[in-house]
Ligand binder design. Sequence first.
Ligand SMILES: NC(=O)c1ccc[n+]([C@@H]2O[C@H](COP(=O)([O-])OP(=O)(O)OC[C@H]3O[C@@H](n4cnc5c(N)ncnc54)[C@H](O)[C@@H]3O)[C@@H](O)[C@H]2O)c1
Length: 372
Amino acid sequence: MVGGGEGAFIGGVHRMAARLDGHWDLVAGNFQSDPDKSIAFGKSMGLAPDRAYADFRSMAAAEAKRADRIDAVAIVTPNSTHHAIAREFLTAGIPVICDKPLTITRRHADDLADLVATTGLPFILTHNYSGYAMPRQARAMIEAGELGNLRIVQAEYAQDWLATELSGNKQADWRGDPARAGPGGALGDIATHAFQLAEFVTGLKTETIAADLEAFVPGRKIDDNVNIMLRFNGGAKGMLWASQVATGSVNGLKLRVFGDKGGLEWAQETPETLLFTPLGGQQRILRRGGAGVSASATHATRVPGGHPEGYLEGFAQIYTDAAELIRAHGENRAPRAFGRLAPGLSDGVRGVAFIEAAIASSNANGAWTKIV
Ligand SMILES: NC(=O)c1ccc[n+]([C@@H]2O[C@H](COP(=O)([O-])OP(=O)(O)OC[C@H]3O[C@@H](n4cnc5c(N)ncnc54)[C@H](O)[C@@H]3O)[C@@H](O)[C@H]2O)c1
């Protein structure tokens, strides 16, 4: 692991999720940019002293030489550092599991894409919401044509934790600094999740967008509220709203998809159920672990329905799919089961293209802008 030191947020989630299905152990890491604190934190995690590293470059070099080297590195540092860290490990021949957004510039995203293409190494991007069972069920139903031709895709991700300036908050500090977060605020932090989920579930690609970005909190340098209209290939249209100033909202990620034969609705805060309404019929509540769910949703299920699964299990699914991709790569075979559903480099490049298109559109007063 690189990042995820004392007081960090997502590194701890990755550690729990990675271990959940038994495919991963934490054996090495550079957890903070301060060398002494990184080494101390690694030791506190029970790592062998020679694998608690002072910096990520020495970690990549030392791990590449070991017979028992790491199978992958998890990158859980602020956005601006992803490119250099991922580049270092890919160059050392080590697969990467990186958190989103992939990078803070398109040039850096393309550079990683080139490196992955030339090395052939697995690269997984932890858009964790596509690991939940019921979005996978929704994807399977859309693939099977149960919604008919898709017309409308509505995605939203509403939070309120940045509704005021949070000085001294570790997570808020770098998220408000374009040098570390990149040019997008809520856009990079949470709109990218809604964007990836919408494309993952529907199988559509967003072609053009019209965006209106706002920084409501005085003095904030990057957006904290995002309104975007979307036009998809095949003619579907939609809207994406992401906000970190939506008072009363916590992790309100929600997706609604409407076709000419039916409609679907899924919300992250009630992840066990998917609402499906066939045109002219009664609304049905589909439950994770219930009868008749897709093989892909069953694959993303651990315990029987009624024993709730959620955030950690969705994250764990990405790690399980990553393990399969990395094993398949090592054994020179195609991935089994649903390993191919893991989000990867192309999701990362699209996410960065989405961020850049949204900013360009908003700066041009909402002009329709292509995602390229
Ligand atoms: N998938 C998700 O749902 C999700 C949720 C939260 C955050 N994230 C992403 O995870 C990343 C981290 O976010 P966070 O909220 O955990 O941030 P954080 O500030 O809580 O943690 C970042 C950690 O990285 C360490 N770090 C910083 N620079 C480093 C370097 N050069 N070398 C080694 N360690 C370094 C810091 O010391 C800290 O321990 C971001 O890219 C963020 O967008 C994803």
